[in-house]
Design a protein around this ligand. Structure first.
Ligand SMILES: Nc1ncnc2c1ncn2[C@@H]1O[C@H](COP(=O)(O)OP(=O)(O)OP(=O)(O)O)[C@@H](O)[C@H]1O
Length: 557
């Protein structure tokens, strides 16, 4: 490229290279699109290219492919743009090219979606080009560039229009190839076919009558204020349903606040829920809003409510009755208005009988109980979900892989004690381990064999009941408070961002045998072992230490 200096010369060479890339039959669609974005950055200084695709459930455009953007920020939704906002939203709604030459100077531009170029935000332009399939906008190609006297914006727009027209068919191919069938409540009343083909990641996937009836129940009560209680085994999608209920409600533009009552140390749960005033206890350096207050006007999702300590149950009941909270150390009640969704996998009737759960609270929160079926009870969904996760991980890891026929049979005959989360992990592992383009029944069979033995090992071990709720040392407690008060220095605490992904997990979810087995399988690689068990690296290290396995696995990475 060094000898190419004129814009026209660069563009012609680039287009030639792009068409070569597009015609490679062995390359996956993800590989092709990312390759194009990389060429645009390296050859034409059109940086941080991204293809934004719609998530109809969230009414927003999300990054589907990108070049140069930090993956953790993509995962955190930093670049997500609501349909009705910003330049990207404008291109999406109108089908027109949208362009600004200085992101700092444009009021409609959403600043968070731009990245500095060579350390500076000065004179950065942003271009959004609609990507069409059959004349309809199906996504948006967005790109950043620096002011450059040698490249005019109109030349870049011409180039990007051609590129977008080449990307459209690739996206269409993927749509045809992918089988995920997703359900959106908004489509409930549309004709007899209650499923729509879409690629958005947050959709509820399935076609079984039991799943459909749960979705329908949510749909029927979406605009009511009555509390919903989601009942189901771990990994059946309770949190996903809670999010859907919020997304579909009139509170959708307000916060969705989620807290897992089982995995926050008892001593800290009250402050997490109710907040605290500055100086109300050691380490309370400033006022901290509790989750209930954060959920004001939105939805509060209390996961594993069955594990809430009795004294807090009484306080929660009062909040539900009076619609007021009082932060720790405060004498001023504060009005709150939120929709409550709770979830539990424990039998609350038993907990009430044993005196571990208040009957009056149970009546208050169990107004709309919704049962989420275990995966083994709806085997017809397994194939759809497996295909959906295959598609997702093939894109994520840029692998061009598909299943052979026998795989579905293999998957259907397994009991899935960990439900959809377990299926998701199994497919992710299969994609990562695939050596060719086909994933066969044998490969899935051997992964399931390991799953079986892990499950048996966990059944035969006494569950780590005492550790079900993490107990923190005084120092850990201080660190926790500091972190959650927003005072921890991220440099000192690299796990902070990571922990935001999946805030808490119970230590008994993965006992020492599972952790040992995962480490053995990954030859001691803790990051991979964490992934196998569906944990973040930080959660994994925490459990390793808590289970006293640190020394045993000290020497491995
Ligand atoms: N119907 C579904 N379609 C697609 N993905 C699903 C579905 N249900 C669950 N999942 C996926 O399975 C995983 C587990 O779901 P989720 O966390 O909502 O389950 P849960 O019941 O809340 O689990 P836990 O009780 O352990 O917290 C998530 O990654 C979620 O995206």
């Amino acid at each position: 490229m060094k000898h190419l200096t004129g814009t026209r010369e660069v563009n012609s060479a680039l287009l030639l290279e792009v068409s070569r890339l597009m015609s490679k039959s062995e390359a996956s669609s993800g590989h092709k699109i990312r390759g194009v974005l990389s060429l645009l950055s390296r050859w034409a200084n059109l940086h941080y290219g991204r293809i934004m695709l719609p998530n109809y459930g969230q009414r927003a455009l999300e990054v589907a492919y990108s070049y140069g953007l930090p993956t953790d920020r993509i995962a955190a939704g930093k670049y997500t743009v609501p349909f009705d906002q910003g330049l990207t939203g404008f291109a999406w709604r109108t089908g027109q090219v949208a362009l600004i030459t200085d992101v700092l100077d444009e009021p409609i531009f959403i600043q968070r979606i731009a990245e500095p170029i060579e350390g500076s935000m000065a004179k950065i332009g942003f271009i959004c080009i609609p990507v069409n399939i059959d004349g309809r906008v199906c996504g948006v190609l967005s790109i950043q560039r620096r002011a450059n006297p040698r490249r005019s914006y109109s030349e870049d727009v011409d180039l990007l229009r051609i590129i977008a027209s080449m990307i459209g068919p690739v996206l269409m191919n993927m749509r045809h190839k992918a089988q995920p069938v997703s359900y959106l409540p908004a489509q409930l009343d549309h004709d007899g076919d209650r499923f729509v083909r879409m690629s958005e990641s947050n959709s509820i996937i399935g076609s079984s009558p039991s799943l459909l009836s749960a979705v329908k129940e949510i749909d029927q009560v979406k605009d009511s204020e009555a509390p919903i209680m989601l009942l189901g085994e771990s990994g059946t999608g309770k949190e996903m349903f809670a999010r859907m209920a919020h997304r579909e409600s009139q509170r959708r533009d307000k916060p969705f606040i989620c807290i897992n009552c089982a995995s926050i140390p008892e001593a800290l749960l009250e402050s997490e829920l109710f907040g605290h005033e500055k100086g109300s206890f050691t380490g309370a350096y400033r006022r901290q809003k509790g989750k209930i207050e954060q959920a004001h006007e939105g939805t509060l999702f209390l996961d594993e409510i069955g594990d809430m300590p009795l004294d807090l149950q009484a306080k929660l009941l009062r909040v539900l009755q009076d619609k007021e909270i009082q932060a720790i150390g405060s004498d001023r009640p504060q009005h709150v208005n939120f929709r409550l969704i709770t979830a539990t996998h424990v039998n609350l009737a038993e907990a009430i009988r044993d005196g571990r759960f208040r009957l009056d609270l149970y009546y208050r929160i169990n107004v709309i109980p919704i049962h989420l079926p275990a995966l083994r009870k709806r085997p017809e969904d397994i194939g759809l979900l497996a295909q959906h996760f295959l598609d997702h991980y093939a894109q994520l890891y840029d692998r061009n892989v598909s299943f052979t026929q026998g795989v579905y049979e293999e998957l259907r005959t397994y009991a899935w004690p960990g439900n959809i989360r377990q299926l998701q992990n199994v497919i992710e592992r299969a994609v990562l381990k695939a050596s060719g383009q086909l994933i066969g029944a044998e490969q899935i069979g051997s992964i399931l064999q390991i799953e079986r033995s892990m499950h048996q090992a966990s059944q035969s071990q006494s569950p780590l009941r005492d550790d079900a709720r993490p107990v923190l040392s005084a120092r850990e407690s201080d660190l926790y408070q500091a972190r959650h008060s927003g005072f921890a220095d991220p440099e000192q605490d690299p796990g902070r961002e990571e922990s935001a992904k999946r805030s808490y997990m119970r230590i008994c979810d993965h006992d020492s045998e599972q952790i040992r087995a995962a480490l053995i399988r990954t030859s001691g690689n803790q990051a991979q072992a964490a992934r196998l068990l569906g944990m973040t690296a930080r959660q994994f290290r925490y459990r390793l230490a808590k289970l006293g396995l640190n020394e045993e696995f000290q020497s491995v990475a």
